[in-house]
Design a protein around this ligand. Structure first.
Ligand SMILES: N[C@@H](CCC(=O)N[C@@H](CS)C(=O)NCC(=O)O)C(=O)O
Length: 325
């Protein structure tokens, strides 16, 4: 594990911990692709949506990168934005383009060995964490963004004339309702599992894991009344929730000690997870082999013998019955 400092790779622990608590740094590349190339809410102008111009670097293990693959699929962008998949093991060199794991593609654009090489190709003096996802502009040879919450909004907004569908996962009339739901799910669940798992004190662990299960209880109730978080239409809020839930019993319950209950013990949340999984386009984005391998093998402070557990067996194709809600 490590990070870039002025373009040089410096080894560092996998998680930054302050006073026993995991501290997630902000993403560093924050430009936006827009339909006409104007600047987005942050960063610079000059990134116009075009077919074939952009490339996504992802890990199939990573819940943040997973969001972008789901939106790419639902939006019908597979033929317009191609993808490279890193190897699930993230060790001293950070994410690599090794290909000795099924589904790890290597760097399909440049043939480089490490993800950090993509960052320094964009900015030779970069000082940054080297994270997935990365949205890369082939024309300007620059990273557009490495912030998943913003990449999914670009994918759902900017490519409307190009994409296979005009599906809007962040519709204007729901934005005010989506925001607080996203905020709670991000803090206590998407990031909450990491705060629980990387905690280095009992207090920091409990400060993360208790609100996490309060949020699951709240969501269990909320999803008893409607098919999706915002009612009957699928939005980005559902996708942001799904990528954490689909990993829950395989890695967060054991490896990250989020073990008050399993996901399969929440009837509505478990049905919701299978509903999203069975949504056309989503199942092919889920790679539980990358997920199980990455977390258990890469975090040797948590799992020093790097034994990858064999279970649980999950029947993700069991009918969910949520169509009538
Ligand atoms: N805020 C980022 C977070 C991305 C992130 O933390 N990705 C993890 C993988 S799950 C990563 O690449 N970590 C490498 C590191 O921390 O050095 C986003 O949502 O895009």
């Amino acid at each position: 594990m490590g990070q870039l400092e002025n373009g040089r790779w410096v080894t560092a622990p996998v998680a930054r911990v302050r006073d026993g608590a995991f501290d997630r740094p902000a993403s560093s590349f924050r430009n936006w692709v827009t339909d006409d190339g104007r600047a987005g809410p942050t960063g610079r102008a000059g990134f116009r949506a075009e077919s074939g111009r952009y490339h996504l670097y992802v890990s199939h293990a990573c819940p943040w990168a997973h969001r972008t693959l789901i939106v790419r699929a639902l939006k019908g962008l597979e033929d317009h934005i191609d993808v490279s998949v890193v190897h699930p093991d993230m060790l001293e060199e950070g994410w690599t383009f090794a290909t000795d794991f099924p589904g790890a593609t290597g760097d399909r654009l440049h043939g480089l060995p490490f993800l950090r090489d993509i960052y320094t190709r964009s900015d030779p003096e970069a000082t940054t964490k080297v994270t997935v996802p990365v949205l890369w502009d082939k024309e300007r040879e620059k990273i557009v963004s490495n912030e998943s919450s913003e990449i999914i909004r670009m994918l759902t907004q900017a490519w409307d004339g190009i994409a296979g569908t005009d599906l809007d996962l962040w519709p204007e009339d729901l934005r005010d309702a989506i925001e607080p739901v996203n905020a709670r799910i991000y803090d206590t669940l998407n990031n909450g599992v990491y705060k629980s798992g990387f905690a280095e004190s009992q207090g920091a662990y409990e400060a993360a894991v208790r609100p996490l299960f309060d949020t699951l209880d709240w969501l269990e109730e909320r999803l008893s009344e409607s098919r999706y978080l915002m009612g009957d239409s699928l939005t980005e809020a559902d996708i942001r929730l799904f990528t954490t839930l689909i990993r829950f019993d395989t890695v967060y319950h054991g490896h990250f000690k989020c073990n008050r209950r399993k996901l399969i013990e929440y009837p509505n949340l478990w049905d919701f997870t299978r509903d999203l999984y069975q949504t056309p386009g989503v199942a092919p984005t889920v790679h539980l082999d990358h997920i199980a391998r990455h977390y258990h093998y890469s975090h040797d402070r948590i799992n020093p013998f790097r034994i990858v557990p064999i279970g649980p067996d999950l029947d993700l194709w069991e009918p969910h019955g949520r169509e009538d809600l």
